[in-house]
Each structure stands twice: as C-alpha cells, then as structure tokens.
Write a protein that binds this ligand. Structure first.
Ligand SMILES: Cc1ncc(COP(=O)(O)O)c(C=O)c1O
Length: 478
C-alpha cells in the first residue's frame, strides 16, 4: 500500500494574507512515499553543517560583545553603546499608549502604515523641496539598520564596490559583506588643528572605479559627530555626478541633533541632481530616545524604492503597526513648542549641545582632546596624552585575537581600572586603516548629566588628576 503525502513545497507555502489556503487534496499536489520508510539507523549521518558562504567572517566576537560584557562584569559607567538612559518624552509615550488603546493591533501595509508614509511624504516633500509620493517613494523598515540592509540588498550585486568614508559606522562593513559587495575605504583627514575631521574630495574621487556602485554618506556622523559642511556635501555630489553608475545611501539617523555653531543638516538628496540617485535612510530611535521601537524608513525615487518595497513582505509582513501609528503623530507633535523651546526638535539639539559640553569639559581636564563635532551623540577624543600600561598593550581578546590596537588597550584599561566604558575607534576603520585609529576613542553622551560627570571624575582619577582641585580649575582650550 502507498501513502499519499502533501507535496513538500505546497505544505510549507504560507497563504498570502486574505488569500485562500492552498488546496491540499488534489492528486497533483501529492508525492508517493513508501509505506514502510527505512528506520533512522539506515540513513546516512547528517553532514557537517556549514553556514551560508556569504556569512563567512560575520560570526566573530565584536567590540559590542566584548565591551558590553566588560560593562556588565565591572559595573563601569557605560558611555559605550549609543542609547539614551532616560525615559522618552511624555508625548511620545502617550502616543504609543493611544495607538495601543485605539486598536492598531493587526497587520498594516507592508511598505508602510498609510498614516505614517503620508506624514513622511509630506515632511520630506519640504526637506527635499519636491513632491514625494507616499505610496511609491517611502518604505518603512525595522529601524535604519534594516533600511540599510534592504537598500544594499536591492542596489548591489556581488562584486560591486561600496565606498565608505572612514571612520564609519561598523554595521556598514558587515552589511556590505553580506550583500556580496566590497568596501572601498576613504579615510577622512584630521586638519592641522588636530580637532577637525575633513573630507579630501580628491581621495574620494580616486577611490571610485568601474565597479563602484554605492557611496554611503552619513551626516551627522557616527562615530565622530561631524556634520558635513555644505561645501563638502557639494564636493561629494560633484564626484557622484561624474560617475553615471554611482548611487548614494544617505544615512541621516542623527539629522535632528545638529547643534554646532553654524552647522546645518543638509539632506544629500536635496542637492541638484542627487534625488534620482539617493536612498535616504532614517529612523525614530535617536530623535525620540526610543531606539527599541525600531521604526525606520527609506525615502527615494520610485525606481530605487521599488525593489526595496518588493522585498519587504518577504522579510517581514510589516513593521509593528502601533509603533508606526504612534510615530505618525509623534513626528508632527514634535513641531509644537516644547519646554520653552520653539519645538521638541529645538529642545533636543539644546539638550545634546549641553551634554556634549559636560563630557568635553571632563575629558579636557584629564588631558584628552575632544575632536570637534556638531551633531549626533558621540564624541571622539584624541587620547595621545594618556599612557596606556604596557600589560594592556600586549593583550589579545576574543574580539581582537591578533592582539589589540592602542585604542582597544586604552579602552580596556579605562574599563577595568577606571570604571568607564568607551568604544575604541578601530572597529570603525577597515583592516588596512586601523593604524589611523590608535589615538582615538568614542564616547556616547546620550546619558544623564550625573553619569557624564561621574565618568569624567573617574577618568580624572585614572589619569592621575586631583578631582576636587579640577572641579574649580579653569578649562583650557574649550
Ligand atoms: C549611523 C547610524 N546609522 C544607523 C543606525 C541604526 O539605527 P536603528 O537603531 O534605527 O536601526 C545607527 C545606530 O546606532 C547609526 O549610528
């Protein structure tokens, strides 16, 4: 006797939402299986498992794992990872509660909840000074991380080159690799003041080859806090214009935290001729202190957005509906006056300007030189004046198995003996440029003022300063 089993493919195929379930009874969808299948002992043993080749090199311990563990095991003041340590503003929490109470609990449109894409289209129509179509030129994603992932998957083929200006957000390297691309790094330069990261457009031009497909622009910038000037943005656009195949991913997750004197956020896609070539990414996390909401988006021309929209329902059916609904209202409410400021966005900039100054002052007092930064919530400091104990320089760690760079050793020393977590800058450079990282360390200042002060005091102790005397001393070089 024969047993009839449903065809494996149709058994695993999920019905699309609202569509009829696949028919299972027809003979055409059946395969024939022997009545008495062999016992397991007769099967060959399972072959050794190898993860997909495109993931090669992705599973290594990371700086986040290592310094996250150090933070947990030492109880150090954590200025490592970039998430705020406070409750989001009340109006943000209220909108989330309202969305949950008023019943946004089911799937919404895969490319984005209608209310949210409409609000984003309106806002970006103003930012980019052109009409943005809510249906075809916006896609909602799980944070900016997924926006980046989908955009890279949609834009590049294996073998394509992706130009990154270094230091660069370390997520870019892994995502380019998984998409089959190759990172081509262009180091930013430090000017003669030793405090300002600058773009050398000639180096950028020289990095472009026949294989270049994408340039990633990130302003305000992680890890430096640099806001690219209008002049630098124009130079980047000039390079892009000279290369017909070249596309741009503009990562603007910190765009509402630009507070440096004379610094303004430039939407790259608003520059002449750049809209058609640019996918702009952003998310709610940094702006509203809700990094866990993971609500992000891509904005761009329909030709570039279409493949991203097509992929979305295969990756997840939709991003959390109540969070999208809440965000559609939060983005607009944030334009209203807030705590004595013309808007929440203005208040946010002021808050981060103050926090940066608290941290910068503390770092200067223990001999570090804070690099200039006009936006975001990271500060990079030149630590050359600090002497790292030899034993830390000779270490290897799971995330640095070939030996640590100076910045890494310094951060371990700060964590283990100073009780402060900061992030070495070498993970933000590609292998060939890691020697540029040795003197720099990244601090996150999206933390309470007391935490920033405590970190400064601890670092002062570590560097051998008299903390009480320092509290009253004038600050040089601010
Ligand atoms: C430059 C940059 N882009 C993207 C992201 C990811 O943002 P999200 O948390 O929305 O995925 C981050 C997070 O740290 C970031 O710093």
């Amino acid at each position: 006797m024969l047993l009839l089993l449903p065809n494996a493919a149709s058994a695993y195929q999920l019905p699309s939402r609202g569509a009829a379930a696949p028919r299972r009874s027809s003979l055409a969808s059946c395969v024939i299986a022997p009545e008495n299948p062999p016992t397991t002992t007769e099967y060959p043993p399972m072959a050794p498992f190898e993860p997909a080749k495109r993931l090669a090199g992705s599973g290594k311990p990371t700086v986040w794992g290592e310094f996250g563990q150090l933070a947990a095991s030492t109880g150090a003041v954590n200025l490592g990872q970039g998430f705020p340590d406070w409750q989001p503003p009340e109006f943000v929490v209220e909108e989330a509660q309202t969305a949950l109470r008023t019943g946004y609990h089911q799937y919404t449109r895969p490319a984005g909840h209608p209310q949210l894409v409409e609000v984003l289209a309106q806002r970006y129509s103003k930012h980019l000074e052109r009409p943005i179509d809510a249906t075809t030129e916006v896609a909602i994603t799980v944070g900016a991380s997924q926006a980046l992932y989908l955009t890279l998957q949609a834009l590049i083929d294996p073998g394509d080159e992706v130009v990154l200006m270094e230091p660069a957000f370390d997520l870019y390297y892994g995502q380019v690799r998984i998409a089959g691309g190759t990172v081509v790094p262009v180091p930013l330069e430090v000017d003669e003041s030793g405090r300002q990261w600058t773009l050398n457009a000639n180096r950028l031009e020289a990095a472009v080859t026949e294989k270049t497909k994408v340039l990633v622009v990130n302003s305000p910038h992680n890890p430096t806090g640099k806001v690219f000037s209008a002049d630098e943005m124009a130079q980047i656009a000039d390079v892009v214009r000279r290369h017909p195949k070249m596309l741009v991913i503009s990562d603007e997750v910190y765009k509402y935290t630009v507070y440096g004197d004379d610094a303004n956020h430039q939407h790259f896609a608003a520059l002449p001729g750049m809209y058609e070539r640019t996918v702009t990414l952003s998310s709610a996390g940094k702006t509203f202190s809700v990094t866990g909401w993971q609500a992000g988006w891509c904005i761009g021309p329909a030709t570039l957005l279409k493949p991203i929209q097509l992929m979305l329902p295969f990756v997840q059916f939709c991003v959390s509906t109540p969070m999208q609904q809440a965000l559609s209202r939060v983005l607009v409410k944030a334009d209203e006056p807030y705590l004595g400021h013309p808007s929440y966005y203005a208040w946010l900039c002021e808050m981060y300007r103050t926090k940066r100054e608290i941290l910068a002052t503390g770092l200067r007092r223990c001999g570090m030189v804070p690099m200039e930064g006009q936006g975001g919530f990271f500060l990079m400091a030149d630590t050359s004046s600090l002497e790292v104990p030899e034993k830390y320089l000779r270490e290897t760690t799971p995330a640095a198995p070939d030996g640590v760079t100076r910045d890494w050793a310094l951060c371990r020393w700060m964590a283990l003996e100073g009780g402060v977590i900061a992030i070495p800058s070498s993970p933000f450079f590609s292998a060939d440029n890691k020697e540029l990282a040795g003197r720099y360390v990244r601090f996150a200042f999206c933390k309470g003022d007391g935490t920033l002060q405590e970190a400064s005091d601890r670092l002062a102790c570590l560097s051998g300063c008299d903390v009480e005397a320092l509290k009253n001393a004038p600050v040089m070089g601010s």
